[in-house]
Design a protein around this ligand. Structure first.
Ligand code: SF4
Length: 374
């Protein structure tokens, strides 16, 4: 479909034509390595916040000599990007402490990168009032560092404009997500992921223009494939539309997700009327589906996932987690037990970051779909 081509193109690489145009106009780009880093701060300083992905990295041989292979392949692939010179267009980077793999990656990026700006954002690992206060303090520290490094001032008004830009994108993605509730959905899970990845790779205004043009096109679309099993995909480090396509090729639709590169990035809004924009940002990050590294968030996530399963009429959940990712392995165990009690089957797939499919995955997905359909 013509309107989707732009999104496929942007999602297929880390650097893209919009970033080049942005840089040519004298503006700067800062990478972020996790969905827990608030992009609103960077945007408020006039920077483009780019979620770092490593599409096209097949081999992590260089990175493997710095980080042991028991670190997840997302973290090693990002280091490979750095070591092969593919992050040189960035003017800065924000790292975080999602997990030990991410901490190892952060130290390697700091040691081997030549970025004019590197900031470490320390995310809280619990939900609650003190964690929100922590998040607020971390944002204040990030603002001070951004101001000093880029010679700019971030006012409340800048923050409010940045919140509006992110919320506009979130609102459009919510409309897009609604189109996945239909049977058949108006767009496949792979197409949705291409759009979602674009929104974290280009300026928000440009993304919203393109998405506003796409949605009416999709609303007029008459797709085939009614009655196929409807799946939700959850997991970490999954930014591969090819992998989602591979699952759907088995005869299913991926109609919902709980991915850091998908719904988690867009879920919820900041209170645009709030007196304190920093607190409004923190509350939005705390209210959405939480990262499995957040230790007391299982019940919060279970309630949200169950509601999504109901609303999108999901028949089964695929947990696609990266090898050696303990956070998602732990979450998968708890989620499998809880969802199976609600009669929702769960398929556990362990994969590498670059995986788009394999004979073993095909067999397991087919067996899962047959089980759902009987
Ligand atoms: S996929 Fe898991 S191990 Fe890898 S960076 Fe994310 S949370 Fe850490």
């Amino acid at each position: 479909m013509e309107g989707l081509r732009y999104f496929e193109e942007i999602a297929s690489s880390l650097d893209n034509e919009e970033i080049q145009a942005w840089k040519q106009s004298g503006k700067r780009v800062v990478g972020t390595v996790c969905a827990n880093i608030p992009e609103e701060i960077l945007q408020a300083a006039g920077l483009l916040a780019l979620r770092v992905r490593a599409p096209g990295i097949e081999d992590t041989a260089n990175a493997d000599s710095h980080m042991h292979r028991i670190n997840c392949s997302y973290s090693r692939s990002v280091l490979e990007l750095l070591l092969s010179g593919q992050l040189e267009f960035l003017d800065g980077l924000v790292t975080t402490n999602t997990c030990d793999h991410m901490l190892r990656l952060a130290s390697e990026l700091e040691a081997n990168g030549r970025f004019p700006f590197v900031h470490h954002f320390s995310m809280p690992h619990t939900l609650g009032t003190s964690s929100t206060e922590w998040f607020v303090m971390e944002m204040q520290k990030m603002i001070e560092h951004v101001e000093a490094s880029f010679g700019t001032k971030v006012s409340d008004r800048d923050l409010c404009e940045s919140i509006n830009a992110s919320d506009r994108a979130r609102g459009l993605m919510t409309r897009l997500n609604e189109l996945r509730k239909e049977d058949p959905p108006r767009l496949s899970g792979a197409e949705y992921l291409n759009v979602a990845l674009t929104g974290m790779s280009v300026p928000k205004e440009r993304f919203c223009e393109k998405l506003e043009a796409l949605i009416p096109e999709l609303e007029r679309r008459q797709p085939e494939g009614k009655g196929r099993p409807r799946l939700m995909v959850i997991g970490g480090g999954c930014d591969s539309p090819g992998f989602i396509d591979f699952i759907e090729a088995g005869g299913a639709w991926v109609v919902a997700d709980g991915l850091c590169f998908g719904t988690r990035y867009y879920q919820g809004y900041s209170d645009e009327e709030a007196k304190d924009p920093i607190l409004a940002i923190a509350n939005r990050y705390a209210g959405r589906l939480a990262c499995p590294s957040v230790m007391n968030a299982f019940d919060h996530n279970h309630i949200m996932l169950t509601q999504m399963i109901r609303d999108w009429r999901v028949d089964g959940v695929v947990c696609a987690r990266l090898k050696f990712c303990d956070h998602w392995a732990g979450f998968r165990k708890l989620a499998t037990e809880a969802l199976q009690q609600d009669d929702i089957p769960v398929l556990d797939l362990e994969r590498e970051y670059q995986t788009t499919g394999s004979g073993q995955i095909r067999t397991r997905v087919q067996a899962f779909l047959e089980m759902i359909c009987t």
